[in-house]
Design a protein around this ligand. Structure first.
Ligand SMILES: Nc1nc2c(ncn2[C@@H]2O[C@H](COP(=O)(O)OP(=O)(O)OP(=O)(O)O)[C@@H](O)[C@H]2O)c(=O)[nH]1
Ligand SMILES: [Mg+2]
Ligand SMILES: [Zn+2]
Length: 314
């Protein structure tokens, strides 16, 4: 039998087959991705082959089909172990709130660097716009200009008031979408707002200020009645980057990618070198200061040093 993992809660996985039937499955044997350590060998979105036990709805997974892609993150910047958030996705949505809680551009840019590394299209969704005052409204406008000109579509919605939910539906239609972002930004609330009947748990207003409380505790995929699938995930605090070459960081910024081939030195780090086309574009306003600063911050992560040493020692 074959199906897609729609839920993973430790040792049991829920698998959906093409007839819309679900099965509880366990893993048999060892599954590994070459070269990386992961906390979960099988993730939501994985296509699997499983054997069904006689006259029951439980089975054993014996094969994971080749992943078209996956999105992975580390628990923290320095953590050695990665977590596969989801596999085989068409796009990733990052839900951002500028009022409560405040999402930093550093978090957004780390997320986008990861989706770029996997060539997964990303969309930025500003939620809770009903809470925006004039100052936040202006800030959201600035960010929208920055990210749209870098090539990322931006939506502006309110799950609570139902504002612009049509845009949200249009972005999801017929695609398999991963929804990510900090805890409390309204990921589950947004999914509830566009797909009645799911009744996903959302944070009670009374428990709103409790620190470290995640309402959604595991990733789960849902079928959308208007076409497509959506994956709700637990909120994350920071987005630890996966490993790739430090020299590739600039390439993960589409607006820097456009200029970097005109730098005088082909190993230019775009930090101090003379005749750097990226710094020139920054000065001309073609690259935003906030994106450039986050580029520098990613470059200065201790983690790269560690990775490079690791490579050397193996
Ligand atoms: N004012 C306002 N509140 C909202 C909006 N969307 C969601 N909320 C509230 O924000 C809180 C958090 O929403 P959730 O959907 O639980 O957030 P989440 O991102 O799923 O959080 P985790 O599951 O912990 O990652 C709830 O109290 C929602 O009612 C919105 O558009 N405006
Ligand atoms: Mg949630
Ligand atoms: Zn340069």
């Amino acid at each position: 039998m074959e199906g897609t993992v729609i839920k993973s809660t430790g040792s049991w996985l829920t698998v959906l087959d093409s007839n819309n039937d679900t099965y509880n499955c366990k893993l048999k044997g060892k599954f590994r991705i070459k070269g990386i350590k992961t906390t979960n060998p099988v993730a939501v979105g994985d296509n699997v082959v499983f054997d069904l036990e006689k006259e029951s709805k439980t089975g054993t997974i014996r094969q994971i089909k080749t992943r078209q892609n996956y999105i992975i993150r580390k628990a923290t910047k320095l953590s050695k172990v990665s977590h596969i958030i989801a596999a085989n996705i068409d796009q990733a949505l990052i839900i951002v709130t500028l009022a409560h809680p405040r999402t930093s551009t550093g978090f957004i840019d780390r997320f986008l660097v990861t989706t770029e590394a996997y060539h997964i299209p990303a969309v930025i969704v500003f939620n809770k716009i009903d809470l925006n005052d004039e100052k936040i409204e202006k800030f959201q406008h600035e960010l929208t200009e920055i990210y749209q000109s870098a090539g990322y579509p931006c939506l502006s919605v309110s799950a609570l008031k139902g504002t612009n939910l049509n845009d949200f539906v249009n972005a999801l239609k017929d695609k398999r979408t991963l929804v990510s972002g900090h805890s409390g930004v309204g990921k589950s609330a947004l999914i509830n707002a566009i797909q009645p009947g799911l009744e996903l748990k959302t944070k009670e207003l009374s428990g709103y200020h409790k620190v470290g409380m995640h309402t959604t505790t595991f990733a789960e995929m849902f079928k959308l009645s208007f076409g497509g699938f959506i994956i709700d995930t637990p909120g994350i605090k920071e987005f630890g980057l996966i490993e790739f070459d430090r020299k590739e960081v600039a390439e993960r910024f589409p607006e820097m990618r456009k200029f970097m081939h005109d730098c005088k030195f082909n190993n230019c780090s775009h930090t101090h070198e003379p005749e750097c086309a990226v710094i020139k574009a920054l000065k001309m306003g073609a690259i935003s200061l906030s994106r450039y600063e986050n580029y520098l911050s990613i470059l200065s992560d201790d983690y790269w040093e560690k990775t490079e040493n690791d490579y050397r020692s193996t």
